[in-house]
Design a binder for this molecule. Structure first.
Ligand SMILES: O=C(O)COP(=O)(O)O
Ligand SMILES: [Mg+2]
Length: 235
């Protein structure tokens, strides 16, 4: 019988981040950004840059692509009409790519299948716009895995705000202390901490190119199967 990692043994809800935690979506995101920039007669950004910019939702990603990076977003305010136009172009292009180059990270499928068979609630909490999420889950046969799915635009606030996590805890009538968030970004760890969730970090995602240890999650696991004490496989 699979068991949860000792630090998670009280957990009744596991909430997962998507990009950089379950899936590597950057190849498609980078292609969509570069195709958007090309439409606007701007030079390509490339995958290395885009990998650093992902994590605060699609509007921030576009602000970074159009202004030259993190810390420059204010140069294009959220309500700027050029930004709105580029953002909607990007969303359509990203949609048209159908996640063809997006992959699950190693261990994700087996771990989720094992967790699904346990007495736990499972949720997905991503900053990605909701419209893309059902298609991605279906693409990987994970459409029946999660009891609740929140996108970056499902609520007025997104991570690092704790609101999406508190929403989940309320929805399942659970104390945050028996809930955990597993993510690749400091925004996940900050949201978890602010919500009173257990924070679990994975080091292989994006986190703006910085080590996730700096955000001091309660637990760091090198791959998702380490959520399970015996790694989810029969002895
Ligand atoms: O869309 C993003 O910026 C990242 O989404 P995530 O919250 O699933 O990592
Ligand atoms: Mg992420």
């Amino acid at each position: 019988m699979a068991e949860l990692h000792p630090l998670l043994q009280q957990a009744r809800l596991l909430a997962f981040d998507l990009d950089g935690t379950l899936i590597d979506s950057v190849p498609d995101l980078a292609l969509a950004i570069d195709l958007t920039l090309a439409e606007l007669d701007l030079p390509a950004a490339g995958e290395t840059q885009v990998r650093r910019w992902v994590g605060n939702g699609s509007l921030k990603l576009l602000q970074r692509a159009l202004t030259g990076g993190i810390g420059q977003e204010h140069l294009l305010p959220d309500d700027d009409p050029t930004l709105a136009q580029a953002h909607s172009l990007f969303l359509d292009i990203y949609d048209s790519l159908k996640g063809e180059q997006t992959r699950l990270y190693p261990g994700v499928r087996e771990t989720l299948i094992t967790l699904r068979g346990m007495d736990l609630k499972l949720a997905l909490v991503t900053n990605k716009p909701y419209r893309f999420v059902p298609g991605i889950l279906e693409h990987f046969g994970l459409e029946h895995t999660f009891d609740q799915v929140l996108g970056g635009d499902s609520l007025p606030q997104k991570k690092p705000d704790p609101a999406p996590l508190l929403h989940l805890a309320r929805h399942f009538q659970l104390s945050p202390t028996v809930c955990a968030l597993i993510g690749d970004s400091r925004h996940d760890i900050q949201a978890a901490r602010a919500a009173g969730f257990i924070s679990v970090g994975v080091p292989y995602g994006y986190n703006h190119g910085e080590p996730l240890d700096d955000a001091a999650p309660d637990l760091m696991i090198d791959s998702l199967n380490l959520l399970l004490d015996n790694q989810g496989f029969p002895a």
